[in-house]
Design a protein around this ligand. Structure first.
Ligand code: ADP
Length: 544
Protein backbone atom coordinates (compact mmCIF):
# COMPACT_ATOMS: atom_id res chain seq x y z
CA UNK A 1 0.00 0.00 0.00
CA UNK A 2 1.40 3.41 -0.95
CA UNK A 3 1.51 6.11 1.69
CA UNK A 4 -0.75 9.05 1.02
CA UNK A 5 1.77 11.84 1.33
CA UNK A 6 2.59 14.61 -1.13
CA UNK A 7 5.28 13.87 -3.67
CA UNK A 8 6.71 17.37 -3.42
CA UNK A 9 10.06 17.31 -5.27
CA UNK A 10 13.22 18.28 -3.38
CA UNK A 11 14.46 21.12 -5.61
CA UNK A 12 17.33 23.57 -5.16
CA UNK A 13 15.11 26.51 -6.23
CA UNK A 14 12.94 25.77 -3.18
CA UNK A 15 15.87 26.46 -0.84
CA UNK A 16 16.61 29.96 -2.12
CA UNK A 17 12.91 30.76 -2.39
CA UNK A 18 12.52 29.78 1.27
CA UNK A 19 15.52 31.87 2.33
CA UNK A 20 14.32 34.97 0.49
CA UNK A 21 10.79 34.66 1.84
CA UNK A 22 11.72 34.04 5.47
CA UNK A 23 15.23 35.40 5.90
CA UNK A 24 15.20 38.16 3.31
CA UNK A 25 17.01 40.46 5.79
CA UNK A 26 19.98 38.11 6.24
CA UNK A 27 23.30 39.14 4.70
CA UNK A 28 25.61 37.60 2.15
CA UNK A 29 29.02 39.27 2.42
CA UNK A 30 31.65 38.74 -0.29
CA UNK A 31 35.21 39.83 -0.80
CA UNK A 32 34.81 40.76 -4.46
CA UNK A 33 37.35 39.98 -7.15
CA UNK A 34 37.30 43.68 -8.07
CA UNK A 35 38.47 44.51 -4.53
CA UNK A 36 35.89 45.92 -2.13
CA UNK A 37 33.66 44.00 0.27
CA UNK A 38 30.21 43.52 -1.26
CA UNK A 39 27.10 43.16 0.90
CA UNK A 40 23.54 42.40 0.09
CA UNK A 41 20.65 40.35 1.49
CA UNK A 42 18.96 37.11 0.56
CA UNK A 43 16.08 39.20 -0.77
CA UNK A 44 18.47 41.10 -3.08
CA UNK A 45 20.18 37.88 -4.14
CA UNK A 46 16.87 36.24 -4.97
CA UNK A 47 15.81 39.10 -7.24
CA UNK A 48 19.07 38.82 -9.16
CA UNK A 49 18.87 35.01 -9.30
CA UNK A 50 15.50 35.37 -11.04
CA UNK A 51 17.03 37.89 -13.46
CA UNK A 52 19.79 35.37 -14.13
CA UNK A 53 17.24 32.60 -14.73
CA UNK A 54 15.52 34.81 -17.32
CA UNK A 55 18.88 35.63 -18.92
CA UNK A 56 19.85 31.96 -19.17
CA UNK A 57 16.57 31.13 -20.86
CA UNK A 58 17.05 34.04 -23.25
CA UNK A 59 20.48 32.60 -24.15
CA UNK A 60 18.64 29.39 -25.01
CA UNK A 61 19.80 27.32 -22.03
CA UNK A 62 17.37 24.45 -21.48
CA UNK A 63 16.81 21.70 -18.94
CA UNK A 64 19.80 19.32 -18.83
CA UNK A 65 22.20 21.74 -20.58
CA UNK A 66 25.57 22.20 -18.92
CA UNK A 67 26.65 25.69 -17.91
CA UNK A 68 30.13 26.03 -16.41
CA UNK A 69 31.67 28.38 -13.86
CA UNK A 70 35.32 29.21 -13.22
CA UNK A 71 35.03 31.43 -10.18
CA UNK A 72 36.01 32.20 -6.61
CA UNK A 73 33.68 32.26 -3.61
CA UNK A 74 31.57 35.33 -4.30
CA UNK A 75 27.98 36.49 -4.62
CA UNK A 76 27.76 36.09 -8.40
CA UNK A 77 28.97 32.51 -8.12
CA UNK A 78 26.31 32.00 -5.41
CA UNK A 79 23.68 33.34 -7.83
CA UNK A 80 24.82 30.86 -10.48
CA UNK A 81 24.52 27.91 -8.07
CA UNK A 82 20.82 28.68 -7.73
CA UNK A 83 19.95 30.23 -11.08
CA UNK A 84 21.50 27.54 -13.28
CA UNK A 85 20.20 24.56 -11.28
CA UNK A 86 16.89 26.33 -10.66
CA UNK A 87 15.92 26.29 -14.34
CA UNK A 88 16.90 22.60 -14.58
CA UNK A 89 20.30 23.15 -16.22
CA UNK A 90 23.50 21.68 -14.75
CA UNK A 91 25.95 23.95 -12.94
CA UNK A 92 29.42 22.63 -13.77
CA UNK A 93 31.99 24.13 -11.42
CA UNK A 94 35.50 23.99 -12.88
CA UNK A 95 38.59 23.89 -10.66
CA UNK A 96 40.95 26.50 -12.20
CA UNK A 97 43.93 24.80 -10.54
CA UNK A 98 43.68 21.87 -12.94
CA UNK A 99 46.16 21.82 -15.81
CA UNK A 100 44.92 23.64 -18.95
CA UNK A 101 44.74 20.30 -20.83
CA UNK A 102 42.51 18.89 -18.09
CA UNK A 103 40.30 21.99 -18.22
CA UNK A 104 39.90 21.58 -21.98
CA UNK A 105 39.14 17.89 -21.44
CA UNK A 106 36.38 18.48 -18.89
CA UNK A 107 34.72 21.39 -20.74
CA UNK A 108 34.62 19.21 -23.82
CA UNK A 109 33.54 16.09 -21.92
CA UNK A 110 30.78 17.97 -20.12
CA UNK A 111 29.74 19.67 -23.41
CA UNK A 112 29.43 23.00 -21.62
CA UNK A 113 27.44 25.49 -23.73
CA UNK A 114 28.39 28.62 -21.74
CA UNK A 115 31.06 29.45 -19.18
CA UNK A 116 30.79 32.12 -16.48
CA UNK A 117 34.25 33.36 -15.45
CA UNK A 118 35.63 35.66 -12.79
CA UNK A 119 37.96 38.40 -14.07
CA UNK A 120 40.95 36.43 -12.74
CA UNK A 121 40.24 33.53 -15.07
CA UNK A 122 39.54 35.38 -18.33
CA UNK A 123 43.12 34.74 -19.57
CA UNK A 124 42.74 31.04 -18.74
CA UNK A 125 39.74 30.67 -21.04
CA UNK A 126 41.21 32.99 -23.70
CA UNK A 127 44.22 30.66 -23.89
CA UNK A 128 42.16 27.54 -24.53
CA UNK A 129 39.12 28.83 -26.42
CA UNK A 130 40.49 27.63 -29.80
CA UNK A 131 40.28 24.07 -28.51
CA UNK A 132 36.62 24.49 -27.55
CA UNK A 133 34.65 24.81 -30.79
CA UNK A 134 31.34 23.84 -29.16
CA UNK A 135 31.45 26.63 -26.59
CA UNK A 136 28.78 29.24 -27.44
CA UNK A 137 29.73 32.06 -25.12
CA UNK A 138 31.69 33.27 -22.12
CA UNK A 139 30.10 35.53 -19.51
CA UNK A 140 32.57 37.65 -17.55
CA UNK A 141 31.33 37.98 -13.96
CA UNK A 142 31.70 41.73 -13.54
CA UNK A 143 30.05 45.05 -14.43
CA UNK A 144 30.54 47.18 -17.55
CA UNK A 145 33.06 49.42 -15.78
CA UNK A 146 35.36 46.47 -15.09
CA UNK A 147 34.93 44.62 -18.41
CA UNK A 148 38.44 43.81 -19.67
CA UNK A 149 39.75 44.02 -23.21
CA UNK A 150 39.37 40.42 -24.28
CA UNK A 151 40.04 38.11 -27.20
CA UNK A 152 37.11 35.90 -26.16
CA UNK A 153 34.96 35.26 -29.20
CA UNK A 154 31.53 35.61 -27.63
CA UNK A 155 32.00 37.61 -24.47
CA UNK A 156 29.13 38.96 -22.37
CA UNK A 157 29.17 41.16 -19.29
CA UNK A 158 27.34 39.54 -16.36
CA UNK A 159 25.75 42.70 -14.98
CA UNK A 160 24.58 43.84 -18.43
CA UNK A 161 23.22 40.39 -19.16
CA UNK A 162 21.09 40.09 -16.03
CA UNK A 163 20.40 43.82 -15.80
CA UNK A 164 18.26 43.58 -18.93
CA UNK A 165 15.87 41.08 -17.27
CA UNK A 166 12.83 41.15 -14.98
CA UNK A 167 13.03 40.08 -11.32
CA UNK A 168 10.09 37.83 -11.92
CA UNK A 169 10.44 34.15 -12.69
CA UNK A 170 8.34 31.05 -11.97
CA UNK A 171 10.63 28.14 -11.10
CA UNK A 172 9.87 25.05 -13.14
CA UNK A 173 8.89 21.98 -11.11
CA UNK A 174 10.43 18.71 -12.24
CA UNK A 175 11.55 15.30 -10.99
CA UNK A 176 13.90 15.67 -8.01
CA UNK A 177 16.27 13.15 -9.59
CA UNK A 178 17.05 15.66 -12.36
CA UNK A 179 20.78 16.54 -12.60
CA UNK A 180 21.65 19.80 -10.83
CA UNK A 181 25.42 20.15 -10.79
CA UNK A 182 28.58 18.52 -12.00
CA UNK A 183 32.07 18.28 -10.47
CA UNK A 184 35.12 16.49 -11.79
CA UNK A 185 37.65 14.74 -9.58
CA UNK A 186 41.15 16.13 -9.86
CA UNK A 187 42.26 13.07 -11.80
CA UNK A 188 45.54 12.25 -10.10
CA UNK A 189 45.58 9.17 -12.34
CA UNK A 190 44.05 9.35 -15.79
CA UNK A 191 41.49 11.88 -16.92
CA UNK A 192 39.22 13.65 -14.44
CA UNK A 193 35.94 11.84 -13.80
CA UNK A 194 32.58 13.57 -13.43
CA UNK A 195 30.24 13.25 -10.43
CA UNK A 196 26.77 14.37 -11.55
CA UNK A 197 24.63 15.39 -8.57
CA UNK A 198 20.85 15.59 -8.56
CA UNK A 199 18.47 18.03 -6.85
CA UNK A 200 17.43 15.25 -4.50
CA UNK A 201 21.01 14.25 -3.57
CA UNK A 202 21.94 17.91 -3.06
CA UNK A 203 18.99 18.67 -0.78
CA UNK A 204 19.50 15.50 1.30
CA UNK A 205 23.25 16.16 1.58
CA UNK A 206 22.49 19.74 2.67
CA UNK A 207 20.12 18.50 5.38
CA UNK A 208 22.91 16.29 6.70
CA UNK A 209 25.51 19.08 6.52
CA UNK A 210 23.20 21.34 8.55
CA UNK A 211 22.36 18.70 11.17
CA UNK A 212 23.86 19.07 14.64
CA UNK A 213 25.97 15.96 14.05
CA UNK A 214 26.92 17.28 10.59
CA UNK A 215 28.42 20.81 10.66
CA UNK A 216 25.64 22.17 12.88
CA UNK A 217 24.05 25.06 10.95
CA UNK A 218 21.14 27.15 12.26
CA UNK A 219 19.69 30.56 11.50
CA UNK A 220 22.11 32.16 13.95
CA UNK A 221 25.21 30.57 12.42
CA UNK A 222 27.57 32.80 10.43
CA UNK A 223 29.20 30.55 7.84
CA UNK A 224 32.48 31.15 6.03
CA UNK A 225 33.19 28.41 3.48
CA UNK A 226 37.01 28.37 3.46
CA UNK A 227 36.86 25.76 0.75
CA UNK A 228 36.41 27.03 -2.81
CA UNK A 229 33.02 26.83 -4.47
CA UNK A 230 34.85 25.11 -7.33
CA UNK A 231 35.85 22.30 -4.98
CA UNK A 232 32.86 19.97 -4.57
CA UNK A 233 30.30 22.75 -4.10
CA UNK A 234 32.22 24.23 -1.15
CA UNK A 235 31.31 21.07 0.75
CA UNK A 236 27.64 21.99 0.55
CA UNK A 237 28.00 25.14 2.68
CA UNK A 238 26.56 27.55 0.08
CA UNK A 239 23.42 25.41 0.08
CA UNK A 240 23.42 24.94 3.86
CA UNK A 241 23.27 28.71 4.38
CA UNK A 242 20.00 29.12 2.49
CA UNK A 243 18.34 26.09 4.03
CA UNK A 244 18.48 27.78 7.45
CA UNK A 245 18.85 31.40 6.35
CA UNK A 246 22.29 31.69 7.94
CA UNK A 247 24.54 34.68 7.22
CA UNK A 248 27.04 33.71 4.54
CA UNK A 249 30.56 35.14 4.24
CA UNK A 250 32.38 34.44 0.97
CA UNK A 251 36.15 35.02 1.00
CA UNK A 252 36.69 35.60 -2.73
CA UNK A 253 40.25 34.67 -3.55
CA UNK A 254 41.68 35.51 -0.13
CA UNK A 255 42.79 32.28 1.51
CA UNK A 256 45.95 33.56 3.20
CA UNK A 257 46.05 33.86 6.99
CA UNK A 258 45.49 37.61 7.16
CA UNK A 259 42.57 37.74 4.69
CA UNK A 260 40.92 34.82 6.42
CA UNK A 261 41.40 36.37 9.86
CA UNK A 262 39.98 39.74 8.76
CA UNK A 263 36.71 38.23 7.58
CA UNK A 264 36.40 35.81 10.52
CA UNK A 265 36.83 38.74 12.88
CA UNK A 266 34.96 41.57 11.15
CA UNK A 267 31.96 39.49 10.10
CA UNK A 268 31.80 37.61 13.44
CA UNK A 269 31.95 34.23 11.73
CA UNK A 270 30.89 31.34 14.00
CA UNK A 271 31.46 28.35 11.72
CA UNK A 272 33.97 27.62 8.98
CA UNK A 273 35.41 24.61 7.16
CA UNK A 274 38.41 23.98 4.93
CA UNK A 275 41.48 21.87 4.21
CA UNK A 276 44.42 21.67 6.66
CA UNK A 277 46.65 23.85 4.45
CA UNK A 278 44.30 26.83 4.93
CA UNK A 279 44.28 26.34 8.69
CA UNK A 280 48.06 26.08 8.84
CA UNK A 281 48.27 29.54 7.25
CA UNK A 282 45.63 30.96 9.60
CA UNK A 283 47.15 29.48 12.78
CA UNK A 284 50.56 30.73 11.73
CA UNK A 285 49.19 34.25 11.22
CA UNK A 286 47.29 34.26 14.53
CA UNK A 287 50.40 33.24 16.41
CA UNK A 288 52.69 35.75 14.72
CA UNK A 289 50.26 38.65 15.14
CA UNK A 290 48.98 37.59 18.61
CA UNK A 291 45.38 37.60 17.38
CA UNK A 292 42.38 35.80 18.81
CA UNK A 293 39.20 34.25 17.42
CA UNK A 294 36.53 35.39 19.87
CA UNK A 295 33.51 34.68 17.62
CA UNK A 296 34.47 31.42 15.96
CA UNK A 297 32.90 28.38 17.60
CA UNK A 298 33.70 25.56 15.20
CA UNK A 299 36.06 24.71 12.36
CA UNK A 300 35.53 21.76 10.03
CA UNK A 301 38.75 20.18 8.79
CA UNK A 302 38.67 17.76 5.88
CA UNK A 303 40.00 16.94 2.43
CA UNK A 304 43.16 15.61 4.12
CA UNK A 305 43.78 14.33 7.63
CA UNK A 306 43.78 16.87 10.47
CA UNK A 307 46.99 16.52 12.50
CA UNK A 308 46.64 16.33 16.30
CA UNK A 309 48.74 19.47 16.66
CA UNK A 310 46.15 21.40 14.61
CA UNK A 311 43.19 20.10 16.63
CA UNK A 312 45.04 21.06 19.81
CA UNK A 313 45.91 24.55 18.57
CA UNK A 314 42.30 25.34 17.60
CA UNK A 315 40.79 23.98 20.78
CA UNK A 316 43.37 24.74 23.46
CA UNK A 317 44.71 28.07 22.17
CA UNK A 318 41.59 29.58 20.57
CA UNK A 319 38.60 27.75 22.08
CA UNK A 320 37.40 26.61 18.64
CA UNK A 321 35.81 23.17 18.42
CA UNK A 322 37.24 21.08 15.58
CA UNK A 323 35.05 18.81 13.51
CA UNK A 324 37.18 16.49 11.50
CA UNK A 325 35.33 15.40 8.34
CA UNK A 326 35.93 13.00 5.51
CA UNK A 327 34.43 12.69 2.08
CA UNK A 328 35.11 12.93 -1.60
CA UNK A 329 33.83 14.44 -4.85
CA UNK A 330 31.89 11.23 -5.48
CA UNK A 331 30.04 11.72 -2.16
CA UNK A 332 28.77 15.30 -2.61
CA UNK A 333 31.30 15.37 -0.67
CA UNK A 334 30.65 14.87 3.06
CA UNK A 335 30.63 11.23 4.21
CA UNK A 336 31.49 11.38 7.91
CA UNK A 337 31.99 14.07 10.54
CA UNK A 338 33.72 13.56 13.88
CA UNK A 339 31.08 14.61 16.36
CA UNK A 340 31.77 12.71 19.52
CA UNK A 341 29.05 10.34 20.61
CA UNK A 342 27.55 10.76 24.08
CA UNK A 343 29.83 8.13 25.61
CA UNK A 344 33.07 9.63 24.33
CA UNK A 345 32.11 13.26 24.92
CA UNK A 346 32.38 12.55 28.65
CA UNK A 347 35.85 10.99 28.51
CA UNK A 348 39.04 12.77 29.67
CA UNK A 349 40.59 15.06 27.04
CA UNK A 350 43.38 12.73 25.90
CA UNK A 351 40.98 9.85 25.27
CA UNK A 352 38.57 12.16 23.48
CA UNK A 353 41.36 13.44 21.26
CA UNK A 354 42.07 9.92 19.99
CA UNK A 355 38.53 9.92 18.57
CA UNK A 356 38.72 13.46 17.21
CA UNK A 357 41.68 12.43 15.11
CA UNK A 358 39.56 9.79 13.44
CA UNK A 359 37.70 10.94 10.32
CA UNK A 360 34.29 10.66 11.92
CA UNK A 361 31.36 8.51 12.82
CA UNK A 362 29.07 6.70 10.42
CA UNK A 363 26.07 8.95 9.93
CA UNK A 364 22.55 8.09 8.93
CA UNK A 365 22.54 8.38 5.16
CA UNK A 366 26.01 7.04 4.31
CA UNK A 367 26.61 3.35 4.97
CA UNK A 368 30.22 2.24 5.43
CA UNK A 369 31.98 -1.10 5.30
CA UNK A 370 35.57 -2.23 4.88
CA UNK A 371 36.64 -5.01 2.54
CA UNK A 372 39.68 -7.25 2.16
CA UNK A 373 41.39 -7.84 -1.19
CA UNK A 374 38.84 -10.51 -2.12
CA UNK A 375 35.92 -8.23 -1.34
CA UNK A 376 34.98 -9.92 1.96
CA UNK A 377 33.71 -7.66 4.71
CA UNK A 378 36.20 -7.15 7.56
CA UNK A 379 35.22 -6.88 11.25
CA UNK A 380 34.26 -3.56 12.84
CA UNK A 381 36.84 -3.85 15.60
CA UNK A 382 38.83 -0.64 15.10
CA UNK A 383 41.90 -2.70 14.13
CA UNK A 384 41.30 -4.54 10.87
CA UNK A 385 41.77 -2.31 7.87
CA UNK A 386 40.69 -2.64 4.30
CA UNK A 387 39.24 -0.70 1.39
CA UNK A 388 36.39 1.53 2.45
CA UNK A 389 33.15 1.02 0.50
CA UNK A 390 30.13 3.32 0.82
CA UNK A 391 26.56 3.70 -0.32
CA UNK A 392 23.79 6.22 0.21
CA UNK A 393 21.51 8.78 -1.44
CA UNK A 394 24.30 11.35 -1.94
CA UNK A 395 26.92 8.89 -3.25
CA UNK A 396 27.36 8.51 -7.03
CA UNK A 397 25.82 5.53 -8.75
CA UNK A 398 28.15 5.79 -11.77
CA UNK A 399 30.48 8.37 -13.29
CA UNK A 400 29.21 10.85 -15.87
CA UNK A 401 29.65 9.24 -19.28
CA UNK A 402 32.60 7.11 -18.22
CA UNK A 403 31.85 3.41 -18.61
CA UNK A 404 35.36 2.23 -17.69
CA UNK A 405 35.60 3.99 -14.35
CA UNK A 406 32.00 3.15 -13.52
CA UNK A 407 32.73 -0.54 -13.94
CA UNK A 408 35.88 -0.67 -11.85
CA UNK A 409 34.89 1.48 -8.90
CA UNK A 410 31.73 -0.30 -7.82
CA UNK A 411 31.17 -3.73 -6.24
CA UNK A 412 28.77 -6.12 -7.93
CA UNK A 413 26.14 -5.30 -5.32
CA UNK A 414 26.42 -1.56 -5.96
CA UNK A 415 28.78 -0.19 -3.27
CA UNK A 416 31.18 2.56 -4.30
CA UNK A 417 34.86 1.73 -3.70
CA UNK A 418 36.50 4.85 -2.30
CA UNK A 419 40.15 3.95 -2.85
CA UNK A 420 40.75 4.78 0.82
CA UNK A 421 42.00 2.24 3.33
CA UNK A 422 40.29 2.54 6.71
CA UNK A 423 39.38 0.96 10.05
CA UNK A 424 35.86 0.94 11.46
CA UNK A 425 34.88 0.25 15.05
CA UNK A 426 31.78 -1.07 16.81
CA UNK A 427 30.45 2.46 17.39
CA UNK A 428 30.89 3.45 13.73
CA UNK A 429 34.12 5.46 14.13
CA UNK A 430 36.05 5.43 10.89
CA UNK A 431 39.73 6.18 10.56
CA UNK A 432 41.48 6.60 7.24
CA UNK A 433 44.77 4.73 7.25
CA UNK A 434 45.80 5.87 3.78
CA UNK A 435 44.89 6.12 0.12
CA UNK A 436 45.28 2.57 -1.19
CA UNK A 437 47.82 3.94 -3.71
CA UNK A 438 49.95 5.57 -0.99
CA UNK A 439 50.04 3.01 1.81
CA UNK A 440 53.53 1.53 2.34
CA UNK A 441 53.85 -2.23 2.25
CA UNK A 442 56.72 -3.23 4.51
CA UNK A 443 57.42 -6.91 5.16
CA UNK A 444 53.82 -7.85 4.35
CA UNK A 445 52.41 -5.26 6.81
CA UNK A 446 51.06 -1.82 6.04
CA UNK A 447 52.42 1.50 7.22
CA UNK A 448 50.11 4.52 7.22
CA UNK A 449 51.76 7.53 5.59
CA UNK A 450 49.01 9.74 7.03
CA UNK A 451 49.85 8.74 10.61
CA UNK A 452 53.55 9.36 10.05
CA UNK A 453 52.94 12.76 8.42
CA UNK A 454 50.58 13.87 11.18
CA UNK A 455 53.02 12.84 13.88
CA UNK A 456 55.92 14.62 12.13
CA UNK A 457 54.11 17.97 11.80
CA UNK A 458 53.71 17.93 15.59
CA UNK A 459 57.44 18.70 15.91
CA UNK A 460 58.12 22.43 16.25
CA UNK A 461 59.89 23.65 13.14
CA UNK A 462 58.16 21.21 10.79
CA UNK A 463 55.81 23.15 8.50
CA UNK A 464 54.74 20.31 6.26
CA UNK A 465 55.63 16.63 5.96
CA UNK A 466 55.12 13.91 3.38
CA UNK A 467 55.94 10.24 3.52
CA UNK A 468 56.44 7.97 0.53
CA UNK A 469 57.52 4.34 0.22
CA UNK A 470 60.83 3.58 -1.47
CA UNK A 471 61.88 0.14 -2.70
CA UNK A 472 63.84 -1.91 -0.17
CA UNK A 473 65.65 -5.22 -0.87
CA UNK A 474 64.51 -6.86 2.35
CA UNK A 475 61.18 -5.24 3.26
CA UNK A 476 59.76 -4.43 -0.21
CA UNK A 477 59.17 -0.81 0.75
CA UNK A 478 60.33 1.47 3.54
CA UNK A 479 59.22 5.02 4.44
CA UNK A 480 61.09 8.17 3.47
CA UNK A 481 60.06 11.31 5.36
CA UNK A 482 60.23 14.57 3.39
CA UNK A 483 60.06 17.72 5.52
CA UNK A 484 59.54 21.39 4.79
CA UNK A 485 60.88 23.50 7.67
CA UNK A 486 59.15 26.59 9.01
CA UNK A 487 60.99 29.82 8.31
CA UNK A 488 64.25 30.07 10.31
CA UNK A 489 63.80 26.63 11.92
CA UNK A 490 67.08 24.91 12.74
CA UNK A 491 66.19 21.25 13.04
CA UNK A 492 67.75 17.93 12.03
CA UNK A 493 66.38 14.63 10.79
CA UNK A 494 67.67 12.84 13.91
CA UNK A 495 65.71 15.18 16.16
CA UNK A 496 62.51 14.51 14.24
CA UNK A 497 63.00 10.75 14.42
CA UNK A 498 63.71 11.00 18.13
CA UNK A 499 60.47 12.98 18.54
CA UNK A 500 58.55 10.28 16.66
CA UNK A 501 59.96 7.42 18.72
CA UNK A 502 57.19 7.35 21.34
CA UNK A 503 54.42 8.26 18.88
CA UNK A 504 54.55 5.47 16.34
CA UNK A 505 55.32 1.75 16.20
CA UNK A 506 59.08 1.11 16.05
CA UNK A 507 58.97 -0.64 12.71
CA UNK A 508 57.11 2.36 11.20
CA UNK A 509 60.12 4.63 11.85
CA UNK A 510 61.15 6.31 8.55
CA UNK A 511 64.44 4.97 7.22
CA UNK A 512 65.54 8.44 6.24
CA UNK A 513 64.59 12.12 6.47
CA UNK A 514 65.20 14.67 3.72
CA UNK A 515 64.43 18.38 3.65
CA UNK A 516 62.71 20.16 0.76
CA UNK A 517 61.90 23.82 0.08
CA UNK A 518 58.31 23.00 -0.74
CA UNK A 519 56.00 20.07 -1.52
CA UNK A 520 53.90 19.67 -4.67
CA UNK A 521 50.13 19.93 -4.17
CA UNK A 522 47.16 18.71 -6.21
CA UNK A 523 44.42 21.00 -7.55
CA UNK A 524 42.47 20.33 -4.37
CA UNK A 525 45.34 21.22 -2.04
CA UNK A 526 46.48 17.72 -1.09
CA UNK A 527 50.14 16.71 -1.13
CA UNK A 528 50.76 15.24 -4.57
CA UNK A 529 52.52 11.92 -4.02
CA UNK A 530 53.06 10.99 -7.67
CA UNK A 531 55.57 13.80 -8.44
CA UNK A 532 57.23 13.19 -5.06
CA UNK A 533 57.76 9.53 -5.88
CA UNK A 534 59.25 10.64 -9.19
CA UNK A 535 61.61 13.18 -7.55
CA UNK A 536 62.91 10.72 -4.96
CA UNK A 537 62.87 7.55 -7.05
CA UNK A 538 66.67 7.35 -7.04
CA UNK A 539 67.11 8.30 -3.40
CA UNK A 540 69.15 5.62 -1.61
CA UNK A 541 67.85 4.70 1.83
CA UNK A 542 70.74 4.19 4.29
CA UNK A 543 69.19 0.84 5.25
CA UNK A 544 68.94 -0.49 1.68
P1 ADP B 1 40.28 14.64 -5.30
O1 ADP B 1 39.64 15.23 -6.48
O2 ADP B 1 41.67 15.09 -4.99
O3 ADP B 1 40.08 13.15 -5.13
P2 ADP B 1 38.45 14.89 -3.21
O4 ADP B 1 38.14 16.08 -2.41
O5 ADP B 1 37.35 14.17 -3.86
O6 ADP B 1 39.47 15.38 -4.21
O7 ADP B 1 39.35 13.91 -2.37
C1 ADP B 1 38.84 12.82 -1.69
C2 ADP B 1 39.94 12.12 -0.94
O8 ADP B 1 40.58 12.99 -0.01
C3 ADP B 1 39.43 10.98 -0.09
O9 ADP B 1 39.22 9.83 -0.85
C4 ADP B 1 40.55 10.84 0.93
O10 ADP B 1 41.61 10.08 0.44
C5 ADP B 1 41.01 12.25 1.13
N1 ADP B 1 40.41 12.81 2.34
C6 ADP B 1 39.32 13.58 2.44
N2 ADP B 1 39.09 13.92 3.72
C7 ADP B 1 40.05 13.35 4.46
C8 ADP B 1 40.37 13.31 5.86
N3 ADP B 1 39.65 13.96 6.76
N4 ADP B 1 41.44 12.58 6.23
C9 ADP B 1 42.19 11.92 5.34
N5 ADP B 1 41.96 11.92 4.01
C10 ADP B 1 40.90 12.62 3.58
Amino acid sequence: MRGLMMDDPLLISGMIEYAAQNHGYQEIVSRSVEGPIHRYTYADAYGRIKQLANALERLGVRIGDRVATVAWNGYRHFELYYGVSGIGAVCHTINPRLFPEQIVYIIDHAADRFIFVDLTFVPLIEAVQDKLPALEGVIVMTDAAHMPETSLANAYCYEDLIGAEEQDFAWPQFDENTASSLCYTSGTTGNPKGALYSHRSTVLHTMFVCATDGFGVSNGTVILPAVPMFHVNAWGLAYAATMYGAKLVLPGMGYDGQSMYELLDEEKVTMTAGVPTIWLMLLDYLKKESKDLPHLKSAGIGGAAAPLSMIEAFEDDYGVRVHHAWGMTEMSPVGTTAHLNARIAGLPKQERRAYQQKQGREVWGVKLKILDDEGNELPRDGKAFGELAVRGPWVIDSYFENEDASQTQFTDDGWFLTGDVATLDAEGHMQIVDRSKDVIKSGGEWISTIDLENAAVGYPGVAEAAVIGLPHPKWDERPLLIVVKTQDADITGEEILEFLSDKIARWWMPDDVVFADELPHTATGKIAKIPLRETYKDHKLPTA
